[in-house]
Every structure is written in C-alpha cells, then in structure tokens.
Unconditional design. Structure first.
Length: 302
C-alpha cells in the first residue's frame, strides 16, 4: 500500500482513524483504551462530542458495566464511543456482549455486609417475633382446650345445704386453723397461712389480701412473681386472659371449678380459699391446672 493510498483511507475518518481497526489482543475495555490512545484522543473530547459523561466512558474502558445505566443505554454508549473513534460498531457491540457475560452485571454494593448496628438489631427483632408468636399460640391453644373441656364438662346439680350449716363453714374453719398454726410458726409475718406457704416458694412474692369464702364459693387468688401470660376460666367462662406483671394479685370466684393456663409456671402462685397450692412448674413452662373443691383437701391442682 502506498503512502497516497493510506492518506486517502485516513481522510475518510475523523482524526485520522481507520474504520474497522481493532486490536486482537487484550480485553474489550483494554482494546478501546488502546484505540483511543493510539489516536491521541482524550475522554474529555469524546464526552464533549457524544454528551456521555467522562465517568461513564471510564466505566466502559474499565469494564465496570454495573455503574452504567441499564438496558439499551449501555449499548448506545458503546456505539457512540466506537463511532467517534471510527471503529466498526456491530463487531464492537458483540465484543461488549461477550465481555458482559464474563462479568457479574449487577451492583455488588447491595451485597455488602450489614452494619454492626443492623446485626445488633436482628436478635432483638427475632426475640420480639418469637414472643408474639408464642403468646398467639398459647391463646389459640387455651381457646381450643377450653372449648374441648366445656363440651365434655357435665355441669353438676346444685346441692342445697340445710339452713344454718353451709358447707363452706367447714372449709373456712380449716382455713382459719391452718392460719393460726402458721402464725404460731412465723409470728413476724403478721399474716395468715397463705403468706407462710408462699414465702417458701418465692421470698419476694406479693402480699395477698385475706380471702373469705363465707358465701360458700371457691375463691382463687393468683399472684405473679414474674411477668407471665395467664388465662383463667371460672365454671367454664373466661374471666381473664392476658399478661400479669410482677407483684400483681387478682381474685376470682366460682361455684364448682377453675381452669388455669399459664405460659410461665414458675411465675405465678395460686391460692384457693386461703390455701396455697403447690408450685406449678419451672420457668417458661406451659402449665394447665384444674381446681375444684377437691383441691382444698390435698392442695394439689388436678
């Protein structure tokens, strides 16, 4: 090829560029940079002519495709770059698509490790959701259990006691006798047998007010020593369902029986007609108990 022929070929392209000229060595971005530097063209010149920011032009040469706008914009940037250098656009687009396949064409910054603050928040959120789910399951289980017991419960026939001799008096006398013996054992308390019994289970248990059963009914006192979820049925009717805070005492009455369900067996103390019942169980243990007149004899929940 003569110098004249070479000069005629170079006249047809801006800045003396030879159409279709690409390097067969190096990667896609390296070839583009080499072609540009061979022609003595700066990225600022290409940016001024194509209106593509210098940052995007650098991303093309560095094959940082994830920093470029998505979709058709990337190919249009490559075409404009090639057109300005006088290169064949279609083969260059094919090289670009091949280079993209070898790269992870996503923004890897979204996979950056979570901050220390986020890692600290996750366990707290997890514990909160576990507590919410546990309370929901307990409430649902108690509802199903109560309905099943109610369907099987045969209401007993009410017995009419002779006038002047209510059955509650014998119980009341037994309770008073137990209270007196407890006062002799621990005179410093100044309370009945209920406090003497509960002091062994939980030294910091809340003080229970005196219980009277002169009306011949079952009287249940429940005292919370720890935050506990509790549900109570009196004669088949729900009288309480919720969370009891520490040092909280509640009193309920029934004619024949109580059903008690708690999500923290260690956190509650039951007293029936002034008689403290035995501890229900361990911390965090789900416990169901059935209290009747019979429970006053052996002080053991059924």
């Amino acid at each position: 090829m003569t110098l004249l022929q070479l000069g005629n070929m170079m006249k047809g392209t801006p800045h003396g560029r030879v159409a279709g000229e690409t390097s067969l060595m190096g990667s896609f971005g390296e070839n583009l940079r080499r072609e540009r530097e061979m022609r003595g063209i700066t990225l600022e010149e290409i940016s001024a002519a194509t209106k593509i920011s210098v940052r995007f032009l650098k991303s093309i040469e560095n094959e940082e495709f994830s920093t470029l706008p998505g979709g058709i914009f990337r190919r249009s940037f490559v075409r404009a770059y090639a057109r300005y250098l006088g290169l064949d656009e279609d083969p260059l687009i094919e090289e670009y698509q091949l280079a993209v396949k070898t790269k992870v064409d996503v923004d890897l910054s979204q996979f950056s490790p979570p901050s220390v603050h986020a890692r600290q928040e996750r366990p707290a959120r997890h514990k909160l959701w576990v507590a919410i789910i546990a309370v929901t399951l307990l409430a649902f289980g108690f509802t199903q259990w109560r309905h099943s017991r109610r369907s099987l419960q045969v209401p007993p026939t009410a017995k009419v006691s002779p006038a002047g001799t209510p059955p509650a008096r014998a119980t009341s006398g037994a309770a008073k006798t137990a209270g007196n013996s407890s006062q002799q054992t621990n005179p410093k308390t100044g309370e009945g047998g209920v406090l003497a019994a509960t002091a062994v289970v939980a030294p910091d248990a809340p003080k229970l007010p005196p219980v009277t059963d002169a009306d011949g009914r079952l009287v249940l006192q429940i005292a919370a020593t720890e935050r506990s979820w509790v549900a109570i049925d009196a004669d088949g009717n729900t009288v309480m369902q919720g969370v009891m805070d520490p040092n909280t005492v509640k009193t309920f009455k029934a004619d024949t029986f109580f059903d008690v369900l708690t999500g923290n067996a260690q956190g509650v103390i039951l007293t029936l007609n002034g008689q403290a019942q035995k501890p229900l169980g361990r911390e965090g243990e789900v416990k169901q108990v059935h209290l009747t007149w019979k429970s006053l004899k052996n002080q053991t929940p059924e």
